[in-house]
Design a protein around this ligand. Structure first.
Ligand code: B12
Length: 358
């Protein structure tokens, strides 16, 4: 979607910038609702509002933004934002959801309207975003020791690049009673999703994202080494990211949770050639094969491998699990590729597998 307005380098009055947004309010709102809902789905958070209420809220925010831009008053917009938090959830959670919605709104306006309009919008939007991030909105702390609190602290620690503190935080959480599954799904996963979100917005650099990922991989390996694992396992699993898939942390979590759940699991990591994987499957004859896809092209690669598994393996065929962001974003996609099991996160996928195999 692009609005018909002059691009960068052309001066636009605040009045005209506001009108450009108002003229396209329905299309902009629909796009913002779509992106925000996808983000909520991908992060596993329950949507703060039902679709109609969300649409109405987005339109109200855009109208308030237009009025504040035209009156050159960031204070008006800030007051509107402060009053809007409760509709999005209690205190910190509400502030967090509203901040994500406004960040998406800013990006959508920038993309659709170009930098001439954005130059008028940014000075009004940024103070509200900064306030939502500030300590003021975090007055009511998350319950001490809760996974959400630990995830919040963990995010800041990996953004600071502090591996030792990250490791200590997670070891303390384990000693405080959190399970490895909770640490994976309720601490690492939301923190990495937030890193991805901040990266997409240009608020963290690629180097910071790489460092955060590397720290998480090292902490993950360190805590896994401490877990007591079942022995004498008779069921086997293989988890592999096929060629072109470099997102290996989620699949690694799946492999670890399968192992904890009683499967002797081999994790082959990123970028595994299909032929080589099929050879290994033929030799080892695992009960389960896990195939992840994070981006849309990776779904095709997974589908191709499943087709070959179905065509080439006649007397023996493993249960095929699929998962990852690309499958989470499209309802029923896992069935379309003819997988046997899918789960929105690694824990639920293992639960469904174990449930389905009795
Ligand atoms: C770290 C990271 C990278 C690292 C990965 C390093 C590594 N060693 O793993 C690097 C730098 C390599 C990378 C590269 C890219 N990335 Co990247 N990346 C991320 C980031 C920030 C975190 C990924 C992660 O670990 N998430 C945490 C894990 C736990 O979550 P998860 O993967 O969803 O896994 C859970 C479930 O989905 C499920 N699951 C996962 N796999 C499987 C498999 C099975 C069988 C089952 C049952 C379940 C299951 O279980 C897991 C635990 O619950 C994400 C942000 C995000 N939202 O995830 C972006 C993100 C995934 N990346 C993205 C993009 C666009 C890219 C690049 C195309 C960027 C580029 N232009 O080069 C490349 C593509 C590389 C490739 N070909 O694979 C986008 C994808 C958008 C999309 N869906 O199209 C994201 C969402 C960032 C964003 N907001 O835009 N990335």
């Amino acid at each position: 979607m692009r609005l018909d307005v002059p691009d960068s380098g052309v001066d636009l009055t605040a009045q005209a910038a506001g009108e450009a947004i108002r003229d396209h309010l329905p299309a902009l709102s629909a796009e913002i609702v779509r992106q925000f809902s996808a983000l909520q789905r991908a992060s596993g958070s329950p949507p703060p509002l039902d679709p109609a209420a969300l649409r109405a809220a987005v339109e109200a925010h855009l109208r308030a933004l237009v009025a504040a831009v035209q009156h050159d008053s960031h204070a008006d917009f800030l007051a509107h934002v402060q009053a809007s938090i409760p509709a999005f959830g209690p205190e910190r959670a509400g502030a967090d959801a509203l901040r994500k919605l406004l960040e998406i709104s800013g990006q959508a306006i920038r993309r659709a309207a170009g930098s001439a309009v954005w130059n008028s919008v940014q000075p009004v939007l940024d103070p509200a975003l900064a306030w939502l991030l500030s300590e003021d909105t975090k007055g009511s702390p998350l319950p001490a020791g809760s996974p959400a609190e630990i995830a919040h602290a963990y995010l800041h620690t990996i953004l600071d690049g502090d591996r030792i503190r990250a490791q200590r935080l997670v070891f303390d959480a384990l000693e405080g009673g959190l399970s490895i599954r909770q640490i994976y799904l309720d601490v690492f996963q939301p923190a990495l999703y937030e890193i991805g979100h901040l990266w997409e917005l240009g608020r963290v650099s690629i180097a910071q994202e790489h460092l955060a990922t590397a720290i998480t991989q090292s902490v993950l390996a360190a805590i896994y080494a401490r877990v007591e694992l079942p022995t004498n396992l008779t069921r086997h699993a293989i988890v592999a990211c096929l060629s072109g898939n470099y997102h290996e942390i989620g699949p690694r979590m799946l492999a670890d949770l399968l192992q904890v759940g009683g499967f002797n699991t081999r994790f082959l990591g990123a970028n595994t050639p299909e032929d080589s994987l099929l050879d290994m499957i033929e030799t080892l004859k695992p009960d389960v094969v896990g195939l992840p896809a994070t981006t849309t092209p990776q779904v095709e690669t997974v589908q191709r491998a499943i087709e070959r598994l179905r065509a080439d393996f006649t007397t023996y065929r493993p249960t095929v699990m699929v998962g990852g962001l690309a499958f989470n974003l499209v309802d029923g996609l896992w069935r379309a590729v003819r997988a046997d099991v899918w789960g929105p996160d690694a824990g639920q996928a293992v639960d469904r597998l174990v449930g389905s195999s009795g």
